[in-house]
Design a binder for this molecule. Structure first.
Ligand SMILES: [Fe+2]
Length: 501
């Protein structure tokens, strides 16, 4: 006697086989398979099933179309979508289309079996909607289950989106415990990074008396780190976090990157004092896996980013080496821009843009001929036109690098003027992004106070007068005002080399 009848729809034979095995062996279900949505629909038309598991990407009829059709034909037949972890967004959409739940690859046997059990029961409850009394009861149970599932998935989705926007590991360290508390019914969360045999606590909520650095040898933390799998630690065991005995169960989850445990997340103290359910553990593991992926991505991004920065920096150094007069011009422009940004109180994000974009703003000069760039006398109109191409050339150089979008604006617009008489587009006033208006003042000041092939450097006072004169024509009023209050603007700073690392 089997527990119910399940249909698995997937074009991947391994998934079909693996799920069939789990459900028939561990769950004692009768299992049928279909290779795509069309075959799935045919089978549903001919036979009664209790639950359907379906892939989303399939030939002929994809998972979403299949789901819609099933819901039309058999509104009460529960459908579970099979998804990869990275496509959780799809799972959310599928839930909106009427899917009952989702499972992720790699499959967790217990989760698959308990989900099938829950949904088969749900189908039976719905099947028993004949008597009025049972109708009410069934509906209430279903509503409660549905509400819980929807709540979990929407919280996980919110948290995932939030994590995706954290590019700084220190932000992740700080936020991870807050997010964990949103996700699970616990009062305490503690997150730490492994350093040899020690755990360095990076953030915590609700955990009393913990120490910042913990020696964890011989404790449950060591077991988690060595096995690289989670553990529910029972009350009574020694806790190195506060040097005492554990009073309520702790769910200790390792954060694994490239097969190595780099940290742990402890969750504990459920308000009802109970231990962790399979669903809660699954949700927490999902979340921690996402945290691990985010940290891994950040590390990767940093490596790629710093390689790229170094390459572009060398390119700028090559350009500046061609012209002894503009040596370190970009570094100084960046320094002055940051001084202004600081004075105005720009966000860290905007300062980052200036920090790198300032360095790159003249990168397009690599495309201007030496004979023109180094010409001691006045430029002819044709030569001038060539020089004026450098913002466009620079823009083309960095265009393929997607994450330099804001920096590109500095490269492209740094010769625009407030009155619209600049180049290459003749943008006016607020059409020019604010960070660009900052760079434009810094650039002009450095150009005037540096010697050029065709003229000596102007004294600080003269440069300042010219900048004041350019307010509302060449320069932004607010930016100039801020610049005049910086150390450089006040003439208190000697020109110096800076580092933009
Ligand atoms: Fe320029």
């Amino acid at each position: 006697m089997h527990n119910g009848k399940i249909l698995i729809v997937d074009d991947d034979p391994f998934v079909r086989e693996f799920l069939s095995e789990i459900l028939s062996d561990k769950g004692s279900y009768e299992v049928d398979v279909a290779v795509d949505g069309l075959e799935g629909l045919e089978k549903i038309g001919r036979q009664d099933y209790d639950v359907v598991f379906t892939d989303l990407c399939m030939p002929r009829l994809n998972g979403f179309e299949f789901l819609r059709e099933v819901k039309r034909l058999e509104p009460v037949l529960p459908v579970v979508v099979i998804t990869g972890f990275s496509t959780i967004e799809n799972a959310v959409n599928a839930m909106r289309e009427g899917a009952s739940d989702f499972i992720e690859k790699p499959f967790q046997v217990d989760k698959v079996v308990s989900l099938a059990e829950r949904l088969v029961n749900q189908k039976r409850l719905l099947g028993g909607l004949t008597s009025k009394k049972r109708y009410r009861l069934s509906l209430e149970t279903l509503n409660a289950q549905l509400f819980k599932t929807l709540q979990e998935i929407s919280t996980l989705h919110t948290v995932s989106t939030e994590l995706d926007n954290l590019y700084d590991n220190s932000d992740i360290y700080r936020r991870v415990v807050e997010m964990a508390l949103k996700l699970l019914p616990v009062r305490e969360a503690l997150f730490g990074i492994i350093d040899g045999n020690r755990l360095k606590i990076k953030s915590s909520i609700g955990v009393p008396n913990f120490r910042d650095e913990i020696e964890f040898r011989g404790s449950y933390i060591e077991r988690v780190v060595k096995s690289r799998t989670h553990l529910v630690v029972k009350p009574g065991e020694f806790n190195p976090v506060d040097n005492s005995r554990i009073t309520s169960p702790i769910l200790c989850i390792p954060i694994n990157i490239n097969g190595e445990t780099i940290g742990i997340l402890n969750l504990s103290n459920k308000p009802d004092g109970s231990s962790f359910t399979d669903d809660e553990i699954h949700l927490a593991l999902n979340f921690v896996q996402k945290v691990g992926l985010r940290l891994e991505n950040n590390a990767l991004y940093e490596t790629v980013y710093s390689n790229l920065i170094n390459t572009l920096k060398s390119l700028v150094a090559i350009i500046e080496a061609r012209d002894p007069y503009t040596k370190q011009h970009s570094e100084r422009v960046t320094l002055y821009s940051l001084e202004i940004a600081e004075m105005i109180g720009l966000s860290n994000e905007e300062k980052e843009v200036l920090k790198f974009g300032g360095y790159l703003h003249d990168i397009g000069k690599i495309g201007v001929r030496d004979t023109i760039l180094l010409k001691p006398g006045r430029l002819t109109p044709e030569e001038m036109a060539e020089v004026r191409l450098h913002p466009l050339i620079g823009d083309r150089i960095v265009q393929p690098v997607q994450f330099l979008e804001k920096e590109r604006e500095l490269i492209l617009y740094h010769h625009e003027r407030i009155d619209g008489r600049g180049y290459p587009y003749g943008l006016k006033g607020e059409e020019i992004p604010f960070v660009v208006r900052i760079l434009s003042v810094a650039d002009a000041y450095d150009a005037m106070t540096s010697s050029r092939a065709y003229r000596p450097a102007k004294p600080h006072e003269v440069a300042i007068e010219e900048i004041k004169y350019g307010v509302n024509t060449q320069f932004d009023k607010e930016v100039v005002k801020a610049f005049l209050n910086t150390e450089t603007g006040k003439g208190r700073k000697k020109k110096r080399k800076i580092s933009v690392d």
